[in-house]
Design a protein around this ligand. Structure first.
Ligand code: DI6
Ligand code: FE
Length: 421
């Protein structure tokens, strides 16, 4: 399996502070799902001619922009039901936390998800996924957290993994059994946490269904001691850890997570300077979720200036979920990151490529266009990368490449070109 992209305008994104650059007239050679060579077109004859003839598929990109495939590093894509009624209730002034305390919110999605079959969950998730892939996403993180029993959490993770067989996408799975206290454990969160640590985490590991473990560390979620216990159990099993922290209040969950080696802490509207320093010290990514900020009409802004000052890498994700962010567009999140949080379009692009990869512990293989990295790319019908954050709702994707496979070609022109090959 080999592929050669010619006349590519590469948007180079790396971890350095340098501005993004567009390098026109490049080629990218791909073999066995990896990028094997990148060079200027003028050198293609000497460097590549022989192998160019051997490439099974050649795509002339006609100097379209190529970015790393986008990475949505925080989603709750797998669930059943919807929360439109709750949305209406919130619009009349009932707060999200009040709805949760009354047994609605997350627990209403838990009820719907428990009665759904794995196959139904896959079908529901595929619809949502098609919107994300049309937006250039090639890797998605998907959390459990609406099952809250061993069987239902594993059912959600299995459904998430299955998506890889039905769509051209790479899935990273996160166990979020510590999302809410289920009705069976009402008033006894500590016992539920023991169940999560002693039974659910080991079972998910045995079934090879999980890459990371997450906790909702919050007044309406779990306290610091409970969060720590879950992280310790995850680390014992060699899993990455990450946190829903400082979303509605400041409990110090981000600092705890960073100190324990978390790859990311997410939401962080209420993060303070001490927390930011901890992220910087431990190399933890700050994941911004502007969709939830917008949908909850939050007024507390994440500490963007402090994150910049301490050089904490920032990721942006959809947080796609039925309660606080039912919005399936990662480029819309880039736009919101810029308009709501005042990120630059370049920061927004890093947030859905290299920094998103780091948030998932995948910084050595994804999120950049580099030799040796996975051949996960997005080819765009745009003139400048800032357009990804600027425009909303306009189809701009020309094609995606996932693991070296050309897929989801949206543009008729390209179909024609390929069928002539
Ligand atoms: N914070 C969120 O924004 C999602 N989970 C969480 O801990 C919301 C989940 C939901 O309301 O269903
Ligand atoms: Fe979330």
């Amino acid at each position: 399996m080999s592929l050669l992209l010619t006349n590519a305008a590469i948007v180079s994104m790396d971890q350095s502070d340098a501005d993004y650059e567009v390098q026109p007239n490049y080629f990218i050679a791909i073999e066995h799902g990896k990028i094997t060579q990148i060079g200027a077109m003028q050198d293609i004859s000497s460097m590549q001619k022989q192998s160019a003839e051997n490439h099974k598929q050649i795509i002339d990109c006609q100097n379209r922009l190529i970015t790393p495939g986008l990475i949505d590093s925080h989603t709750h894509l797998v669930f059943a039901g919807n929360r439109a009624k709750e949305f209406e209730q919130r619009l009349t002034g009932v707060p999200y936390e009040t709805i949760a305390k009354q047994g609605g919110g997350i627990l209403s999605t838990v009820n719907a998800t428990r009665i759904a079959t794995e196959q139904q969950l896959v079908e529901l998730a595929l619809k949502r996924l098609s919107a994300l892939t049309a937006d250039g996403v090639t890797t998605i993180e998907i959390k459990s957290g609406y099952g809250l029993t061993l069987e239902d959490e594993l059912k959600m993770l299995c459904a998430a993994k299955q998506l890889e067989q039905h769509a051209n996408i790479k899935v990273s799975t996160t166990l979020l059994a510590a999302h809410a206290v289920p009705p069976e454990y009402k008033g006894d969160a500590d016992s539920y946490i023991r169940y999560v640590c002693d039974e659910i985490i080991p079972a998910a590991v045995d079934a090879k269904l999980v890459d990371a473990v997450d906790v909702f560390c919050e007044g309406i979620g779990f306290n610091l001691a409970q969060t720590k216990a879950v992280f310790e159990a995850a680390l014992t099993h060699g899993l990455n850890i990450k946190g829903h922290t400082e979303q509605l209040s400041n409990l110090g969950g981000s600092e705890l997570a960073a100190t324990m080696g978390a790859t990311s802490v997410d939401h962080i509207e209420y993060l303070d300077e001490q927390g930011v320093k901890a992220l910087a010290k431990h190399g933890t990514v700050a994941t911004l979720l502007p969709g939830a900020f917008y949908f909850l009409r939050e007024t507390q802004y994440p500490p963007i200036e402090l994150l910049r000052q301490y050089k904490v890498p920032m990721a942006i994700a959809t947080d796609f979920n039925p309660g606080t962010s039912p919005i399936a567009s990662l480029t819309m999140m880039m736009n919101m990151g810029c308009t709501l949080f005042r990120l630059t379009p370049e920061e927004a692009l890093r947030g859905v490529t290299c920094n998103a990869a780091t948030a998932l512990g995948l910084q050595d293989s994804r999120g950049q266009i580099r030799v040796g990295y996975d051949a996960d790319l997005a080819i765009w019908n745009i003139e400048h990368p800032s357009q990804l954050a600027y425009e909303v709702g306009i189809p701009r994707l020309y094609a995606r490449i996932v693991g070296g496979n050309l897929c989801k070609v949206l543009c008729k022109e390209l179909c024609k070109e390929l069928s002539n090959d």
